[in-house]
Ligand binder design. Sequence first.
Ligand SMILES: [Zn+2]
Length: 292
Amino acid sequence: MKYKHAVMMVVLTIISSFYKPNIQTLPFILELYDTNTIQEIMKLDKQDIELLSKMRYIPYLSLYLQDSNFQFNKLARYIWWQDQYPYYDLYQIIIEVNLDKDLLLTKTYADFYQDAKPVTNINTIDVLVNKQHYLPSDYQPVLNNGLQQDCYKAIQELLLVAKTHNYFFDIKSKYRSYDYQKWLYSYYQTIADDADRISCKAGFSEHQTGLVVDLAPKGKQINEIIDYEGYSWLEQNAHTFGFILRYPENKDMLTGIQYEPWHFRYVGKEIASILYENQWTLEEYHELYKDK
Ligand SMILES: [Zn+2]
């Protein structure tokens, strides 16, 4: 067994010198997967091998990788679809997700609250707060000007660089307390047909983390941002400052929230770039990277 492992290491070193993945990250893959799976992994692009090397153990990975229709950036969605339809074979799972069948909204925005759990990674930069994960009512982050310090510095930097391109944004919303969110939600209940489509119950709003900004073009409203000439710059560059567009279009089934072009979440540059490059939501990132 030891001999087999040593041979595998040599083979891997030869293959990896061709693909040039970060060799220091490979021992983790070696620990988690069998030889067959490792061989399949080594056929992936360098970037995908590096991403995979930091992920949790993915069951059935070699079966996924052997399917010619497999797309690496849809991995979390395959896993979810398979959970929902365990009697489908993997070929069918991959085909249906590739056709975006999993993205069709098949429940109400209120249904997302079912079986919600308390947030576990509360003081981390990639904390996941959504309709499935709520913050304690007394959670209050340390704030500077209504944002956690790193987020505050990053948005200042973003706004400054935006100005050099002649794009001007206002921050319309930052930290919101539990009590304020409670008031806001009940306000939306009085004015909107479906408050859960456009707002969250207290504890379930990411704004309570102090890691979020809602942006608008200067002097305008948040919903006008999509038509602003500086918006495509913002969309394409926010990740370089550590921000992600948290609720992308047509990803309601994954986030539980409709498209919000104004809502940007700070996760730090490294994670933001991974999410941007792979077009992952924070939910997908957590599925792949966090221990279950
Ligand atoms: Zn927001």
